[in-house]
Ligand binder design. Structure first.
Ligand SMILES: [Zn+2]
Length: 274
């Protein structure tokens, strides 16, 4: 298996809340969702703990061919909840959560799963690259940040307006009409975006956190094809370095308004055939 991994924290010295694992015929990437400082999560652990523990537990089952990728993720979430249900309030809406992306070769198929804003980028022999992501979180950002009136989930628009931005997102987390992440509800696995392609048509699979897809989907400095060229020529480190250069050129978000100047960035670039 020819795989290159790059992962870097948001800034030097900060704990990296991303996680990546490579198994025989499978790749797992997790992006822990950092909560705003001062928010009571009910959890004694860090977001990085959640991302690594979920990632490790998912890695433990993801190569089992009797499980679909959604089954594997469901089992991973069940087990990470069990890992802290005795010590933490797993019913707290701000309990640590994470986005997930998985790719797996099974028989003649390349299967993928994406939950929330991670991306699986597939280079194909016959077609343009296919970038698979789950757009529900991004759509909700647009709705909450540009909200003129109360959303459909909330009958009382005044009560909704009084909530902080964080509370608004929490109100939509793992609910129909909102967005889905790995947190404390294993049923979120059923909401993941999944699919497959004939393995013979796939040239490479790149599994990426949103800190690494910014060069394309936020900054617009590369197309997905351009990002693939960069990955093939310079590897994940090259793509992350270009991302950091772009961020450094716009430190206060004038050109590219964004919540964080930089973010933890992870890419696993898997070149096929195995
Ligand atoms: Zn905990």
């Amino acid at each position: 298996m020819r795989v290159a991994i790059g992962t870097e924290p948001e800034r030097p010295g900060k704990e990296n809340e991303d996680f990546a694992a490579v198994l025989p015929g499978a790749v797992v990437v997790i992006d822990g969702a950092s909560a705003p400082p001062g928010l009571e999560s009910g959890c004694a652990h860090s977001v990085a703990w959640y991302a690594r523990t979920l990632g490790g537990l998912l890695a433990g089952v993801v190569t089992d061919p009797s499980l679909t990728l959604a089954d594997a993720l469901e089992a991973g979430i069940e087990r990470v909840v069990l890992a802290h249900t005795d010590t933490c309030d797993v019913g707290n809406p701000h309990s640590p959560s994470a986005t997930v992306a998985v790719a797996r070769a099974t028989g003649d198929e390349l299967e993928y799963l994406v939950l929330a804003d991670t991306t699986v980028l597939l280079a194909r022999s016959r077609d343009e690259p296919l970038a698979v992501t789950d757009g529900r979180l991004e759509a909700l950002r647009g709705r909450i940040d540009g909200l003129a009136e109360g959303p459909s989930l909330w009958g009382d628009t005044r009560a909704f307006a009084r909530l902080s931005r964080v509370e608004k997102f929490a109100a939509y987390r793992n609910r129909p009409g909102g967005f889905w992440v790995a947190g404390t509800d294993p049923a979120a696995a059923r909401e993941a975006v999944t699919g497959s392609l004939p393995l013979a048509e796939v040239l490479s699979v790149s599994v990426m956190t949103d800190g690494a897809t910014r060069l394309v989907d936020l900054f617009g400095l590369r197309t997905w094809s351009g990002a693939l060229d960069l990955l093939d020529e310079e590897g994940p480190a090259g793509l992350i370095r270009r991302t950091r250069e772009a961020e450094a050129s716009d430190p206060d978000g004038t050109r590219w308004p964004r919540a964080k100047a930089s973010d933890d960035a992870t890419v696993v670039h898997w070149t096929l055939p195995m």
